[in-house]
Ligand binder design. Structure first.
Ligand code: 5GP
Length: 207
């Protein structure tokens, strides 16, 4: 019997500048993983291509997607733009028998965990406020006011870290990358996640 694959859902959250996206890329190096591409009303930044990391939509399109019930979760992030995880990625992951990586904020993570309690959530923490500020400044994207807001938001988000199964302090990107991969591999091998497959194997023994 071809067993159906129930994808592992890996949620990654963390403040902007924590190195989250780099760590998501590391995770995607693991065979058998795929990225959930969020829909967002935020305009693309220079160099961002539609469909690569985000699907850029208008407010009207986003609202229509909400009304059609197309999202697994959606949220207005920092009172500015809307972001959502289309449910279709879950079907896609199931069809491709791959695990699904969701890079979403703390509100989205809460919604996903309410619907899919078996999801594994990882929170990425910068090593210090100073380091986060340095990284945000190095990106050269923001003015003083925006930097101040990002740091305040970072604090608010980090206060939610206890809602997550794992925290990875991103002090050294190489080590943090290994940590997120190890979490994913460990979660894949959890007994409860493999019961049905092992049952099938046992059956082949005539058990
Ligand atoms: P940015 O606009 O800088 O790419 O992302 C801003 C925030 O939105 C980040 O914290 C990111 O994790 C979050 N985000 C990205 N996609 C989604 C999504 O589909 N749902 C939710 N809830 N948050 C998202």
């Amino acid at each position: 019997m071809a067993d159906s694959y129930e994808p592992l859902i890996l949620i990654i959250s963390g403040p902007s500048g924590s190195g989250k996206s780099t760590l998501v890329k590391k995770l995607l190096e693991l065979p058998g993983t795929m990225l959930s591409i969020s829909a967002t009303t935020r305009p693309p930044r220079p160099g961002e291509r539609d469909g690569e990391w985000y699907h850029f939509v208008s407010d009207t399109q986003f609202r229509a997607m909400v009304e059609r019930g197309e999202f697994l979760e959606h949220a207005c992030v920092f009172g500015r733009h809307s972001y959502g995880t289309p449910k279709k990625w879950l079907d896609e992951a199931r069809a491709q028998r791959r695990d699904l990586v969701l890079e979403i904020d703390v509100q989205g993570a809460e919604q996903v965990r309410a619907k899919l309690p078996e999801a594994v959530a990882i929170f990425i923490v910068p090593p210090s406020r100073e380091e986060l500020e340095k990284r945000i400044r190095a990106r050269g994207q923001d003015g003083e006011e925006e930097i101040r807001r990002r740091l305040e938001r970072a604090r608010l988000e980090m206060e939610r870290y206890l809602d997550y199964d794992y925290v990875v302090i991103n002090e050294d990107v190489g080590r943090a990358g290994e940590a997120v991969k190890a979490i994913a591999l460990g979660a894949r091998s959890e007994t409860k996640r493999n019961r049905e497959r092992v049952r099938q194997i046992l059956k082949s023994f005539g058990g």
